[in-house]
Structure formats: C-alpha cells, structure tokens
Design a protein around this ligand. Structure first.
Ligand SMILES: CCCCCc1ccc(-c2ccc(S(=O)(=O)CCO)cc2)cc1CCc1ccccn1
Length: 240
C-alpha cells in the first residue's frame, strides 16, 4: 500500500473508528434518539466545550439491495459528491494522496443566522476482512479534517472540523443457494450501515440553532444518500 505524509494519522484514526464505532452501546442511556424512519435510527449525545455544541452523532440503518462496497464507494467518490449531497454549495477535490485517500474542500450552504462554514478533510476508503472467512468484507470511509495549502481559511467563512465514519457490513440472505456470489440477486442483499459524526462547528453558533440544524439535517442527509445509492445501483451488476 503506497505510503504518504498522512499514512500514520489515517491508520490511527481508522483503527479508532473500527475499535469504537461498532460497539452496540445503545442500551446504555448515553444516546438520545433524535429521529427514526423505518430501519434508520439517528442518535445524538449532548456534549459542549466552552459553550460550543459538539454533540456526537451516531446513526444505524439497514438498506436492502446494496452492498457495503457500493455504499462506501458512492460516499467516497468525488465525481458524484454533488449528486447526493444537498447541504453543499461546492465540493472540490484538492489532492489525491493515493488511490484510496483524497483531500476535499467543501463549502456548506449557509444556515441562517450562523455564518457560513467550510470544511477541509482527508477521505479514506478501505475494506476490512471479517473473522469469518465466509463473510463479505466490511467497508469503511473516514472523513477527517486536515489543513491544506489550497484551502486557506478565508473570512467571513468559518472552518468547521469533522471526524466522520461510514462503516458498512453486507449480509447475503439464502447464502448457501449461491455458489458464485456475483450471481446473488439484489433482493438477497442487506447492507448494515453505521454512521458516526463528530463536528466542531468552528466559531460560536447558538446551541439551540445548532441542535435544531443537527436534528433536521442529519436524518435528511442519511435518507437522501442511501436512497441515492439504491437508485444508482438498481440496474447495475452487484459490486462485492
Ligand atoms: C451552523 C451550521 C454549522 C454546520 C456544521 C456542520 C459542518 C459540517 C458537517 C458535515 C456533515 C457531513 C459530513 S460527511 O458525512 O463527511 C459528507 C461530506 O460531504 C461532513 C461534515 C455537519 C455540520 C452540522 C450540520 C449538518 C448536518 C448534516 C448535514 C449537513 N450539515
């Protein structure tokens, strides 16, 4: 695997996500259900630092007819970002550090009365093999804020900081019916999605405004993205 200037940081952050994100800690009362829509459940924890809302967000979803590789690929692919992201004014891929790690600069649509935000983050995609060799690999994308010479912080824009992971497992129903997995019909696929996001909005924004934005935007964002992947893959051969 080709190494680059961010390889060590990426390895550390990815391993942290793989260690903590899939722990089923929903029965402890640290998570508050923010929204539920069918199989999608979105939770938050209330967390503030110096009066700034940092509420960690965790969502789980179960999507029929797609693989984890497909979900992660569309989430990572710069070519389709503006097709499914409804909360951005722009998205620029600044640098490809390797074939699985890109650096983005994105300008978020302004949320009145707060100042407009932008983000600069590396985005890394990889497969993670399971203990049971019969299972398909998990797939993960991590988006983690970084700095870049081509993304200077320019007033009045406020730089928000994000640490986001999308982790997907693929379940094949009636598995023993198929010798060749690539012939599995899509209705026998279920993708289990875990999405975690920790965002520092950068400068101050009223806590009640931020919490209202999170409550409205995250469920919409996840519903729109997963629907987009189902629509895009419907007629395509499955990507395992
Ligand atoms: C006053 C408003 C401040 C906005 C704060 C903010 C900034 C960035 C982010 C965010 C959201 C999703 C990602 S990602 O999943 O990696 C995909 C990248 O295209 C990275 C960052 C979130 C939020 C919080 C508000 C909010 C929530 C969901 C969607 C949009 N806005």
């Amino acid at each position: 695997v080709p190494r680059h200037r961010l390889s060590d940081e990426i390895e550390k952050i990815v391993q942290e996500h793989l260690k903590f994100d899939l722990v089923d800690d929903f029965n402890s009362n640290i998570w508050e259900l923010l929204a539920a829509d069918g199989e999608m459940k979105v939770y938050r924890r209330e967390l503030e630092e110096n009066g700034i809302v940092l509420d960690p967000l965790k969502a789980v979803h179960s999507v029929k007819g797609v693989t984890g590789h497909e979900v992660c690929k569309y989430f990572w692919d710069p070519a389709v970002r503006m097709e499914w992201e409804g909360t951005l004014d722009s998205s620029r891929m600044l640098e490809a550090l390797s074939d699985d790690t890109l650096i983005f600069n994105q300008v978020h649509k302004r949320v009145w009365p707060a100042a407009q935000r932008d983000t600069c983050f590396w985005s890394h995609i990889r497969s993670v093999s399971k203990e049971n060799k019969n299972d398909l690999d998990d797939w993960i994308v991590v988006n983690y804020s970084t700095t870049h010479d081509s993304a200077p912080i320019k007033e009045p824009m406020i730089r928000a900081w994000a640490n986001v992971a999308l982790i997907c497992s693929t379940i094949i129903l009636n598995r023993d019916k198929y010798a060749d997995l690539s012939s599995v019909p899509r209705e026998n696929l279920v993708c289990k999605i875990t999405y975690v996001a920790q965002v520092n909005p950068g400068g101050w924004a009223p806590a009640n405004v931020l919490r209202a934005v999170y409550k409205r935007e995250y469920p919409k964002f996840l519903k729109r993205f997963t629907q987009y992947v189902m629509d895009k893959t419907k007629k395509l051969p499955i990507l395992l």
